[in-house]
Ligand binder design. Structure first.
Ligand code: AMP
Length: 429
């Protein structure tokens, strides 16, 4: 055993599990394409100010969870990305995407880093897939983003996820609400926890998002932003809900949902799974028109998006028994070489099968026939193909179905044909 262990809050993904990841990622690619979202890949690290400006300095992420470092003494501080949206917007603005076309629909899959206390479903390196619809903000755009996210869940067979949704209004609505909140919390100043005291001045909305049970109880009596919305904000929200209803997407309005990041406006949403325990959020998102301006753009860029945690998605799939249905990546054929002097011929046949797109495994260590059979079973090969002196001379090979034990003797060409007809998994075809 090595003296080294993986870093706290990180984990390794071995091949069986990687197959599950690939499956999820394939569905994401497929459905994103169906909705016209194209993939963007951005750097793992960015200048620290991007997140400070983009996410907001009063958030937990920026306040205490960023992995930041200074590559050289005079250099600017750099941070491992703790979320994707700020980086995607930075990339879009830097590339001047909006001069090419007004609307850009982007999706991503990638790793994020947050210095949180590791526990079940919470890591320091984790992964998300998500989508960002940039350049248009309308109830239709928000509904499109939510629908794509929900369709991914549905395609993966997930059940019982809860979509909670809220509106944060526009900046005017929030300003009025902010004053109302400050006035309401003022008499409770002494019983506020330290974080909430600080937030009372800077961003009282975030007190509503407190994870502290004592604060949550207090918050339950606080005024609702919903009651401070102007008519147009209310209509915007109702239209989003209308689209969801039209599509049969069940939701629950949650007036306390503010989400952890500062850049949201109007619709915000979160999806939870009761199977996840304390860390029950599987994904979330919303509309964030003001982010571009926060990043120094001269105007707002209307935008909305979502992000889903892949680890938590897979934990939920496991709890719901959905992982067993994922197609396995077991090889189709195990080529059993009966005599050592036929090993080279075996290699040639394996190569021919692979050229024909048939997944093939062969022993490379000169092991006995018994050991080869054991290996074929261990890796769940569907068929064993036997190569002995007779097969070598006649060009007819015995193919054994390892599940039913049925055996047929065919030429290599016929075997390829047969396996294709069986519609068994062919690599690369
Ligand atoms: P957030 O950007 O915080 O809304 O996160 C979006 C999703 O990413 C969450 O709903 C989780 O599924 C996932 N996520 C966030 N933080 C972590 C973490 N530390 N470990 C694992 N998954 C996470």
């Amino acid at each position: 055993m090595s003296q080294y262990q993986s870093v706290k809050g990180t984990r390794d993904i071995f091949p069986e599990e990687a197959a599950q990841w690939n499956y999820v990622e394939t569905i994401v690619h497929k459905l994103a394409a169906l909705y016209g979202f194209r993939e963007i890949r951005i750097p793992i690290f960015e200048y620290t100010e991007l997140f400070q400006r983009g996410i907001g300095s009063t958030t937990d992420i920026v306040g205490k969870e960023m992995f930041s470092f200074q590559p050289d003494p005079k250099g600017r501080s750099i941070t491992l990305r703790p979320e994707m949206t700020a980086g995607v917007m930075r990339a879009a603005l830097q590339k001047n995407l909006f001069s090419l076309a007004p609307v850009h629909k982007l999706f991503y899959i990638g790793e994020l880093f947050r210095k949180e206390r590791p526990q079940a479903g919470r890591q320091r390196q984790f992964s998300q897939f998500g989508a960002e619809l940039l350049g248009v903000s309308s109830p239709a755009a928000v509904a499109e983003v939510i629908t794509l996210m929900m369709q991914v869940f549905k395609s993966l067979g997930l059940n019982g996820l809860k979509l909670r949704i809220n509106t944060l209004g526009d900046s005017e609505d929030r300003l009025r609400f902010r004053e109302a909140l400050q006035a309401w919390f003022a008499p409770f100043h002494d019983i506020l926890d330290e974080a909430s005291k600080e937030r009372l001045e800077k961003n009282p909305l975030r007190i509503l998002d407190s994870k502290n049970p004592a604060m949550q109880e207090l918050v339950s009596g606080a005024p609702r932003l919903y009651d401070y919305l102007k008519e147009s904000s209310l209509q915007d929200f109702k239209k989003v809900l209308f689209y969801l209803e039209e599509r049969g997407i069940a939701y629950e309005i949650d007036h306390r949902l503010v989400r952890g990041l500062d850049y949201y406006c109007h619709t915000a949403f979160e999806v939870t799974s009761s199977e996840l325990g304390a860390q029950d959020a599987i994904g979330g998102g919303g509309r964030y028109d003001a982010l571009a301006r926060e990043l120094g753009n001269s105007a707002d860029v209307p935008a909305s998006g979502f992000a889903v945690g892949i680890e938590r998605l897979l934990i939920t799939m496991e709890k719901q028994g959905l992982l067993a249905a994922i197609p396995s990546d077991a090889p189709v054929v195990y080529l059993v070489v009966q005599q050592q002097d036929l090993a080279d011929h075996g290699m040639q046949i394996a190569w021919q099968l692979r050229e024909a797109g048939i997944k093939t495994e062969i022993d490379l260590a000169g092991r006995s026939m018994k050991a080869q059979m054991r290996e074929a079973n261990r890796i769940n090969a569907a068929y064993a193909l036997f190569l002995g002196a007779t097969e070598y001379e006649t060009g007819h090979y015995s193919l054994k179905n390892l599940v039913t034990s049925e055996q047929t003797t065919l030429t290599l060409e016929a075997i390829v044909q047969f396996l294709r007809e069986q519609r068994l998994q062919q690599c690369g075809n």
